[in-house]
Design a protein around this ligand. Structure first.
Ligand SMILES: N[C@@H](CCC[C@H](N)C(=O)O)C(=O)O
Length: 278
């Protein structure tokens, strides 16, 4: 099976084109687990399939490292856009991508060598509140309070196709995310689990960001998480205009315009190769 490893700000996935490879539905979760394993597989945050769509120009499917399928993936969308342009699956630099969470519009920034370095995606209109993320507990408006040991975390509930719990904290960079994240991700009031973001604004146009991703744990970056966090910050009046989000793996530019959240950032190919299939 032909594979390509790509990343956006260190959030890395194994990409397989189902224009070229045929995969059985039932093997997808175990394939995602196998390729993600850094010791026995390749090493990644999950598996992404790029294939034909009846509703858009191409379709993206994303499986986390634990084999669960997610609705959306921001860093994945930028890499899918790069792949689709460079493999000639789309005829222009501006096109639509179908995800389980809806259809988005991508704009690939193509260099003189024909390669795509950066991609902008209109990630659509974020949705707020318990129903948007399938939260079953008592909410305080759009927010929920979750206790973790002695501490409590208040998080804004935001969906950008997939579910997020965005906690505004004093210093996101120094929090023990690996200790707190799994408790919130798997809290019984989130039966579908949830992505967990800790964020700290540095003025109106910059945001420190750390993430515990549903199904993959700590990653270097989460595009949908960055979009959800900026949307939450704008709603709370803490952020405005173009916001530079500082993630572990680098920066993303996020902007709310006319109710839509726009994301711009890198898409990088690491390698291509063959992966043996059983
Ligand atoms: N890394 C991604 C999000 C991947 C899916 C997520 N873990 C989920 O389960 O919803 C991104 O860049 O958005």
């Amino acid at each position: 099976m032909k594979i390509t490893k790509m990343h956006g700000l260190g959030n890395c996935y194994i990409y397989v084109s189902t224009f070229e490879e045929s995969l059985r539905e039932e093997e997808l979760p175990s394939l995602a687990i196998a390729v993600s394993d850094i010791r026995k597989g390749i090493g990644s945050d999950g598996l992404i399939l790029i294939g034909p769509s009846e509703a858009a120009d191409v379709r993206m499917r994303i499986f986390n490292a634990d084999g669960s399928e997610a609705e959306n993936c921001g860093n994945g969308l930028r890499c899918v856009a790069k792949y689709a342009v460079e493999h000639g699956y789309v005829g222009s630099n501006s096109f639509t991508i179908e995800t389980k969470g809806g259809i988005v519009e991508a704009y690939a920034h193509r260099g003189a060598n024909g390669k795509v370095g950066r991609v902008t995606v209109d990630m659509g209109v974020p949705m707020f509140g318990p129903a948007a993320v399938g939260y079953l507990g008592a909410a305080n408006g759009d927010a929920a309070v979750i206790a973790v040991g002695e501490d409590t975390f208040e998080g804004q509930l935001v969906s950008v196709g997939n579910p997020h719990f965005v906690a505004f904290v004093e210093n996101a960079v120094s929090l023990p995310v690996a200790e707190i994240g799994p408790h919130i991700e798997r809290h019984p009031d989130f039966p579908n689990r949830v992505n967990v973001e800790f964020v700290t604004p540095r003025g109106q146009h910059e945001l420190d960001f750390r993430v515990w991703e549903r199904g993959s744990g700590i990653t270097y970056a989460c595009g949908t998480g960055a979009c959800a966090s900026v949307a939450a910050g704008v709603k709370r009046g803490l952020l405005s205009g173009r916001v530079t989000v500082h993630l572990l793996g680098g920066d993303l530019e996020i902007e709310m315009k006319d109710g839509h959240v726009w994301m711009t950032g890198e898409a990088v190919e690491v390698l291509t190769g063959e992966y043996p299939r059983s």
